[in-house]
Design a protein around this ligand. Structure first.
Ligand SMILES: [Ca+2]
Ligand SMILES: [Ca+2]
Ligand SMILES: [Ca+2]
Length: 453
């Protein structure tokens, strides 16, 4: 097992160049494990997407997706921080697909630690699908073939891959005890109701509608979140734009009741009733909502009626910006001020620092140029503040100790629980063909072994 200790990293570089040393503000040793693709796979883009497992047996674990050759793998640690054996498989044969799309979608259900991702076929006439696997055991759970779509020219396309997928519980969609998959696929919003039921079961269904009107031909992400107080329960949000990311883009906020028709290739989600709302860009973003997620920052607290609403985090990497729309009515945006860094290409929200209230906002910028190294990549961590108005301040920047060109550190980010009781967390950052796991010691008891003195 190769471990990169902060002591070794610091010795090799000047302090100014070594930003790992800034982790934990040098209060203690940071401890970073850098893992490259498993030997047995040829997945040069190992780490292109990853999610941390939230339920656990011991230690910490993530599910890692690799491409060029497709691979699914686990990256796990025991309670002492020892890396466990990497489990991996090439799912192409079992799922009969050619590879992952350029921007693979990957979602986690934190209640089951199942992961969903989309696969794409080589030929237009081939079907494409959404697959669900157990993120710990890599056992397949479900594979859903998506119907063909008419594109804007009326051509029937089968292999339109879904760029966005997420798990959701939507009241009124089949059984409340079984989740739905919310999928952004081309111009279509798709809801796979009771996804884990057999295709022939009475409650499994594929529903959908055209989310983008004729102005848009693509969608980037789709989630369920409770962001509208006037509509009871969660809404469905979908980011729409152009496939080539060269036109306008916006986020639609829809009542789930607008998506009850059987999957249809032409009907608009707004055929009968307009969207509850739309979020647009005043700066001409071509990829508004490239990534979206719901969060709970303490922007307002009980008894404020909006305290229970979700806050919406969404990015526009073309603008190098991440936006937050707070349930309490405020809004904030963050940007590192470095143009062309694709800031927001990966985002996650997790409470990793006790010394700052609420969760922190963690943003990957894979085309950032650390120390002038082209596309070496960076990850920015922002702490939340509630006063004088809700917003964020940059508290930490992470980058490889010795960045190399096109390393694209920060192309994926996730947080996984760690430690004997799971109350500590590790931050995991994907780069080109590698994953960095940050163990911290100043805020945990030192449960690890094997670190450098
Ligand atoms: Ca359901
Ligand atoms: Ca609502
Ligand atoms: Ca915190």
């Amino acid at each position: 097992m190769v471990k990169t200790s902060i002591a070794a990293a610091t010795a090799a570089l000047s302090l100014t160049a070594c930003n790992w040393a800034q982790f934990d503000e040098l209060a203690d040793e940071a401890w970073v494990d850098r893992v490259t693709k498993p030997e047995v796979t040829d997945s040069r883009q190992y780490g292109v997407a990853l999610v941390g497992m939230q339920t656990r047996d011991v230690g910490a674990a993530a599910f890692v997706l690799g491409k060029s050759r497709a691979s699914l793998s686990t990256l796990g640690y025991d309670d002492e921080g020892h890396r466990r054996a990497v489990e991996h498989l090439d799912p192409r044969t079992s799922l009969s697909f050619a590879g992952f799309p350029e921007r693979p979608a990957l979602a986690l259900d934190p209640d089951s630690d199942r992961v969903a991702f989309t696969v794409v076929m080589g030929e237009n006439v081939d079907p494409t699908r959404v697959a669900v696997f157990d993120g710990h055991t890599l056992e397949p759970v479900k594979s859903v073939v998506l119907p063909a779509q008419h594109d804007v020219n009326g051509t029937l396309r089968h292999n339109i891959y879904a760029e966005g997928v997420s798990f959701a519980t939507l009241p009124g969609f089949g059984m409340d005890t079984i989740k739905e998959l919310v999928v952004a696929r081309g111009p279509q919003l798709v809801i796979i109701q009771d996804y884990s039921e057999p295709d022939a079961a009475s409650t499994f269904a594929i529903k959908g509608c055209r989310a983008g009107d004729s102005q848009f031909d693509w969608s980037y992400s789709a989630i369920a979140a409770d962001v509208d107080a006037t509509h009871a329960g969660p809404e469905v949000l979908i980011a729409v734009g152009e496939e080539l990311r060269d036109g306008a883009s916006e986020i639609l906020i829809l009542d789930p009741a607008q998506i009850t028709q059987t999957y249809d290739t032409t009907q608009s989600c707004e055929a009968s009733v307009a969207a509850l709302g739309r979020i647009t860009s005043t700066e001409g973003a071509t990829d508004l909502g490239s990534r979206m997620m719901a969060a709970q920052f303490p922007d307002v607290v009980d008894p404020d009626p909006n305290a229970a609403l979700d806050d919406l985090v969404y990015s526009a990497p073309s603008l190098n910006k991440v936006f937050v729309r707070f349930g309490g009515g405020g809004a904030a945006e963050v940007t590192p001020g470095e143009a062309g860094s694709e800031f927001g290409d990966a985002i996650t929200v997790a409470d990793i620092f006790d010394r700052y209230d609420g969760p922190e906002l963690i943003v990957g910028a894979p085309r950032s140029d650390p120390d002038g190294v082209s596309n070496g990549g960076s990850v920015y961590i922002y702490a939340f503040h509630a006063t004088p108005s809700p917003g964020f301040e940059l508290v930490m920047t992470l980058r490889p100790a010795e960045p190399v060109e096109e390393e694209r550190f920060g192309k994926s980010v996730t947080v996984a629980p760690f430690g004997a009781t799971g109350d500590k967390q590790v931050l995991m950052v994907g780069a080109e063909g590698e994953v960095f796991t940050y163990f911290r010691t100043s805020e945990y008891d030192d449960v690890r072994t094997g670190r450098a003195p």
